[in-house]
Design a protein around this ligand. Structure first.
Ligand code: UDP
Ligand code: MG
Length: 312
């Protein structure tokens, strides 16, 4: 019926010269027998090392293998690399996986088997049940998930990673989101579909070092919050309401006690409330413009059944 490959792997690579070959070998090893029909889309994200040459070597060493290579003109970041991967991946199932072997191709086999066995499930996402990181980092991540879940309309699953395997309709939906400020965890939640969360244990990096510093993570977290809520733009409206309430209290006291001081306090608060109202108007319009500018699809259809189709 379809000549799609069964599985596409999207692999962002930044300074992974000592990992890409081992990664490909691990894929061949893991998928032999279980998922023989797979393609790998490597995206070299402007690496400063020999990653691109090593990728070409992998390609040369495996003639006939389904390996796609994308070479960015500079470092655009993992989000851009994933976006590019979604544009080139054509498989029935699409997996996002890191190149450093912290996430193992054999786990992808489990994801594929789960999707095969559960037709109602659209995506299997891996999350780290236990993380080998400091207490401060764990606490920061907890605060981040609490904050973003309280102000955003979509749900962010704590500790869910980008490491996931999804069916073609969900991959198509992700590829349709062309916003520049990208936050994959948000995009995966925003497009919807039924996601099963599967615990996994991340291995140590095979070679090289992580490119995520604490500051970079902080910026990324801010990107996530800003991309998925316009709550800060609506804050002046809440402040306006609070100032109005305070002004009314001052007015009541001023009238009851015939106090000019309370009267002036009421006047000052009411004036601030008017200013906040003006600011909130700007904020509310800006919030609309901001969300419109992303040009996200209005809706995403998971199923569509016409009257020509017979249901069993
Ligand atoms: N990566 C990328 N572009 C970047 C930074 C990272 O493509 O600017 C890739 C990197 O090669 C790896 C994945 O994103 O395959 C995750 O990066 P890393 O291992 O540094 O992050 P961590 O596992 O520590 O979260
Ligand atoms: Mg890593």
């Amino acid at each position: 019926m379809t000549n799609r490959v069964k599985l596409s792997l999207i692999v962002p690579c930044y300074n992974e010269q000592d990992n890409v070959e081992k990664f490909y070998e691990a894929c061949v090893e893991a998928f032999r027998g279980s998922v023989p029909d797979f393609e790998v889309v490597f995206i070299n994200d402007g690496s400063a090392d020999e990653t691109w040459q090593r990728l070409l070597a992998v390609r040369r060493a495996n003639p006939g293998a389904k390996i796609k290579l994308v070479n960015f003109s500079r470092n655009f970041g993992k989000e851009a690399a994933m976006y590019s991967g979604f544009q080139h991946a054509t498989g029935e199932y699409v997996t996002v996986i890191d190149a450093d072997l912290q996430q193992q191709p054999r786990t992808v086999v489990e994801m594929v088997e789960f999707l095969d066995a559960n037709p109602d499930c659209d995506c299997v996402a891996a999350y780290q049940q236990t993380r080998h990181e400091g207490g401060v980092m764990t606490a920061c991540k907890k605060v981040f998930y609490r904050l973003i879940n309280s102000v955003s309309d979509i749900r962010f699953y704590p500790n869910a990673s980008d490491f996931r395997t999804m069916r073609r309709p969900m991959a198509d939906a992700v590829a349709r989101l062309t916003e520049h400020h990208r936050f994959a965890k948000g995009i995966f939640s925003w497009v919807g579909f039924n996601t099963h969360y599967m615990p996994y244990v991340a291995d140590a990096r095979n070679a090289g070092t992580t490119s995520w510093s604490f500051i970079k993570l902080l910026k990324y977290a801010l990107e996530g919050i800003m991309s998925y809520t316009t709550f800060p733009l609506k804050l002046p409206l809440y402040l306006c309401a609070m100032l109005c309430a305070a002004a009314v209290i001052c007015l009541v006291v001023a009238l009851a006690a015939s106090s000019a001081t309370w009267g002036w306090a009421c006047f000052a608060l009411a004036l601030s409330a008017v200013q906040m109202l003006a600011l909130s108007m700007i904020g509310l319009y800006l919030a609309h413009v901001y969300m419109e500018e992303k040009k996200r699809p209005i809706c995403i259809e998971r199923d569509y059944i016409t009257y020509e189709e017979a249901l069993d």
